[in-house]
Ligand binder design. Structure first.
Ligand code: SAH
Ligand code: SF4
Length: 357
């Protein structure tokens, strides 16, 4: 692959200040990147031409292009994004809360959005229920490619830089398998002169690499974690997530207990509910027991079927009975409403469509 350059979005402000002279230009460039969402050096009006020419030899501004976009009736927008080497990955724009208006039609609270970002092209973990896993692993995303997903989606939705946004690392890939670039992206998002997205608004979802949960905790970045638990006994969990053999349920629970958690917050446990596999009340009972002693919150997810899978979506009644059991036994619990059901909901499904064309 010729001509693949680093992106200006690969750097913290301090790194840019160290490499660009005079250093105040770095702050101006940060403004162009994260406040004006510039995609080209030409847009950077107050930057001298000579400096732009020098920078453009080494760097691109934004390394992503929108290759496809699917808009759902509930406000979810799924993006297929293309990188410099032609590879593609997904990011999703999720509307979490509608705007609120008073009787006069004045907006009293703006709508709330979350961006779901990818960290890899493909994934090495190979979960049996996951479409991303079917294509194998291609490569890690760079920090700049992670950061640029948020910039690109905010720009496309005309979402001003100072409007609050939440980030969930729940797109394609296993974030903790790309820990170095992930942690760099988290830092770049936090930059006060950039997007200023605090770590509290960022949630890393992991399939449970317990040693890496510890490493992320030691970095003390302030992010939240979500654990894709999906099963309460190791036999089923190993069927669903093969690397459970190396990082079993107990090792994950132990790592979560060591993780630095904001005292006002809870650790989210995602539980993908699959018909006839883990949707019974015996499993619910075991889940309550497993999470006792942890400030947990459970997010039940309907399995989202795709052509070729043998797993099935659970019934609504079973889902509600499962949730009721957890709530009655003191666990906070939500059911993930299948956002974007009329497009291609779960991760990996838009990309899959593209390769079928
Ligand atoms: N690799 C990380 C983050 C990306 S996957 C992880 O596994 O946590 C994000 C979420 O999508 C995970 O909770 C995963 O279990 C869920 N998911 C994958 N395939 C799905 C499907 N077919 N239906 C519903 N959720 C799915
Ligand atoms: Fe990878 Fe997450 Fe899919 Fe498992 S569910 S294969 S960890 S992206």
């Amino acid at each position: 692959m010729n001509n693949i350059k680093k992106s200006l979005m690969d750097f913290t402000l301090e790194e840019l200040q160290n490499s660009i002279k005079p250093s105040f230009r770095a702050k101006q460039i940060y403004g162009w990147l994260y406040h004006n969402y510039a995609t080209d050096f030409d847009e950077m009006k107050n930057i001298p031409k000579a400096l732009k020419e020098e920078l453009s030899k080494k760097y691109v501004v934004n390394p992503l292009k929108i290759a496809n976009k699917e808009v759902s009736s509930d406000g979810t927008i799924k993006y297929l994004l293309q990188m410099q080497d032609g590879k593609t990955m997904e990011a999703v724009w999720l509307k979490m809360k509608d705007e609120q208006k008073d009787e006069d039609g004045q907006i009293t609270q703006e709508a709330k959005y979350t961006i779901c970002v990818s960290t890899q092209v493909g994934c090495k973990v190979g979960c049996a229920f996951c479409l991303t896993a079917k294509g194998g692993f291609t490569r890690d995303l760079s920090a700049g490619e992670i950061v640029a997903q948020v910039v690109t989606l905010k720009k496309d939705n005309k979402h001003k830089h100072n409007r609050k946004i939440n980030i969930v690392y729940m797109g394609m890939g296993e974030p903790l398998d790309n820990l170095e670039n992930l942690s760099k992206a988290i830092e770049i998002f936090k930059e006060n002169n950039g997007l200023a997205i605090s770590a509290k608004r960022q949630t890393v979802s992991t399939s449970g690499l317990s040693n890496k949960i510890d490493r992320l905790g030691e970095m003390d970045l302030g992010v939240h974690i979500a654990i894709s638990l999906h099963a309460v006994d190791d036999e089923l969990r190993s069927e669903l997530i093969p690397m459970n053999k190396a990082h079993n349920i107990q090792s994950i629970i132990d790592a979560v207990k060591r993780f630095p958690i904001d005292t006002r917050k809870r650790v989210m446990f995602e539980y993908l509910v699959i018909k006839g596999k883990n949707d019974d009340l015996v499993s619910a009972k075991k889940l309550v027991k497993l999470l006792s002693g942890i400030k947990a919150k459970v997010n039940l997810i309907y399995f989202n079927p795709y052509p070729g899978t043998t797993y099935e979506r659970p019934s609504k009644d079973d889902m509600i009975a499962f949730a009721d059991y957890l709530i009655k036994h003191g666990l906070l619990c939500t059911i993930r409403d299948s956002k974007g059901m009329d497009i291609s909901a779960a991760c990996g499904q838009l990309k899959e469509k593209e390769s079928n064309i």
